[in-house]
Unconditional design. Structure first.
Length: 210
């Protein structure tokens, strides 16, 4: 496979697309001197468009310096289909700074249009009650939105808050019709500030020869 120099620095968790030219991203993660020193938001955006074939970037503020990723988009918002977005909503007991990030992201997404000019339909994915998972550390990532989609399946976290776990399972089944939804306990990964999507990466299919 050909190697392409992207022109910007980022991680898999900082990129999310709808497959039709739209990419949401956090300013805090990508327009950051620890990744892209000296680059403006406009320059980072142009580099992503050139490297990834993106037509439109939907920027949300995020929050720098508070977790190991500087607030990757894969813990905040994911496309379930073109025009349809899952939005992480912090559960009871969540730190106020993450509630503010959710509120800013919700406003940005609900006022945005995608590359095709469509308004986005936003479905919230409520987080677990942080009081139910007490004792797992401040770095523990309790985002259900950090899930992975495989061929015919959605693999999502399970945090031990049975009410929230069951609700998320139902929302993901409805959001991915025809997909099997599975949940797994991920305390080891989450305690280090990661999730299922952080620990996986898609392998694109090779287009059929013409």
């Amino acid at each position: 496979m050909n190697r392409i120099r992207a022109g910007f620095v980022g991680e898999g968790g900082s990129l999310e697309t709808d497959g039709e030219g739209t990419l949401p991203a956090t300013v805090s993660s990508l327009v950051n001197a620890n990744r892209n020193p000296g680059m403006s938001q406009a320059q980072v955006e142009q580099a992503m468009k050139s490297a990834l074939g993106i037509d439109k970037v939907i920027w949300v503020p995020g929050l720098a310096g508070q977790d190991i990723t500087d607030c990757h988009i894969d813990c905040l918002a994911r496309f379930t289909a073109p025009g349809r977005v899952i939005l992480d909503k912090p559960g009871p007991g969540a730190d106020k700074k993450w509630v503010a990030v959710y509120e800013e992201t919700a406003r940005a997404l609900r006022s945005a249009t995608d590359a095709q000019g469509r308004r986005l339909t936003v479905t919230e994915l409520p987080g677990p009650d942080r009081r139910e998972i007490r004792g797992r550390g401040e770095e523990f990532l309790s985002s259900y939105t950090n899930y992975y989609t495989a061929n015919g399946a959605v693999i999502a976290p399970q945090f031990g808050d049975s009410v929230a776990d069951d609700l998320v399972h139902a929302i993901l089944r409805a959001s991915y019709p025809g997909y099997r939804a599975e949940q797994l306990p991920i305390d080891g990964i989450a305690s280090g500030g990661g999730g299922i999507h952080c620990a996986t990466q898609s392998h694109p299919a090779v287009p059929p020869a013409l």
